[in-house]
Design a binder for this molecule. Structure first.
Ligand SMILES: [Zn+2]
Length: 382
């Protein structure tokens, strides 16, 4: 695609993105299933949908699943390549028994409102717990919640809150602070990185998409698009889920795949992640999972934007001048609207899709070759 075509695959808001997605599917005669979120509306009362398209055979044995908008506002990033792939016909000639499932905007409320959370202030990627059990993961978030959410977003209350957070970082270190604030918490529903108290609509919708579209899948690659961690435009491949899911991710996408639980990722280790929910929903499948995490701004800038947005919806006024400034801030923290950034997203996304399709279609053969190559050669023995 030309540079201008790449840029044109990205959108300025959820509704534009959805329109482009539906048009791109229609242009290739692909039928879309739209699932309406009955619990949420757009900024002007609009209906909100997660849209699903399937390319290739129904219930394929081998499949690639592309998910955008797990974290709402991060959906701009995933939507761009999803639309671009459809427009350029990248999936027109698939290998046999291989299918593609594209899930556009799994958290449409967050996408439409430029928020990372869903309609209940839930971080969807902390919401995939086993809710039938009474235990909830614990964290140190309670120690900082009052400072994360001060009464005012300026003046003495804000200064005192910032000083307290700076003291926490001085006492415990930045990694401990990042873990306390972002690893997920289940006690403060007006806090950041809140995991919820039950399975959210987006959670149950993703699970039902898996069982409806991928019930027969034997080998499944998943790319879940995210933004907000790491250097500007650079993509970190974060794997997650059961050990087998991580091994396949490293095999398909490369040894530089990172793992928060092994301490090799810029992300804190998390509970309630979608990668675990997917593994539970499709227990028979061989799954390789990556979160493609594209960098935007530095960590303090991103965390401040998230704090501000959380404050705005609990204690501020979205329509005020201050509210508009905060909305611009969170949008830029997760979607830097610059051509170079969009080109970086697109180029890496294309590579990741090619590697995924190679992985699910030739995984057995590549593994065999690797196994052979570590056998001692005759010359070595001699
Ligand atoms: Zn994310």
């Amino acid at each position: 695609m030309s540079n201008s075509d790449i840029i044109a695959s990205f959108s300025g808001n959820y509704f534009e993105a959805r329109g482009k997605f539906l048009s791109a599917c229609a242009a290739r005669s692909l039928s879309v299933e739209s699932r309406r979120n009955p619990h949420a509306k757009g900024p002007d009362g609009e209906e909100l949908f997660t849209d699903i398209v399937q390319i290739g055979p129904a219930n394929p044995k081998r499949a690639l699943l592309l998910i955008s908008g797990t974290h709402g506002v991060e959906g701009y990033c995933g939507s761009g390549p999803q639309i671009g792939f459809l427009r350029e016909g990248r999936f027109d000639d698939l290998p046999p028994e291989t299918g593609i499932v594209i899930v556009h905007a799994i958290n449409p409320y967050g996408f439409a409102h430029d928020r990372r959370v869903n309609e209940d202030n839930i971080d969807l990627n902390r919401n995939f717990l086993d809710w039938s059990k009474p235990d909830r993961p614990t964290s140190d978030y309670g120690d900082i919640h009052a400072h994360v959410l001060p009464d005012d977003w300026d003046g003495p209350a804000m200064e005192a809150a910032n000083a307290a957070l700076a003291q926490y970082i001085a006492d415990h270190g930045m990694p401990a602070f990042q873990a306390a604030i972002s690893s997920g918490q289940y006690e403060h529903k007006d806090g950041v990185f809140y995991g919820g108290a039950a399975a959210s609509w987006s959670n149950t919708t993703l699970r039902s998409i898996l069982t409806d579209y991928l019930s027969d899948v034997e080998t499944l690659a998943i790319i879940d698009f995210h933004t907000g961690l790491g250097p500007y435009g650079i993509c970190e491949l974060i794997t997650a889920g059961p050990p087998r899911q991580k091994e396949l991710a490293a095999q398909w996408w490369g040894a530089d795949v990172t793992d928060p639980e092994a301490g090799t990722s810029s992300s804190a280790a998390l509970d309630g992640i979608n990668a675990m929910g997917i593994a539970e929903t499709l227990p028979e499948a061989k799954i390789g999972f990556i979160a493609a995490e594209y960098g935007t701004r530095d960590v303090p800038t991103v965390l401040t934007a998230l704090r501000a947005d959380n404050w705005l919806y609990h204690k501020g006024d979205v329509d005020s001048a201050q509210g508009k400034r905060i909305k611009a801030q969170i949008r830029d923290a997760f979607y830097p609207e610059f051509d170079d950034w969009k080109e970086m997203i697109w180029n890496r996304a294309g590579q990741l899709v090619d590697l995924a399709i190679d992985g699910i279609t030739q995984g057995e053969r590549a593994q065999g070759e690797r196994a052979q190559s570590v056998q001692p050669q005759e010359s070595d023995i001699a």
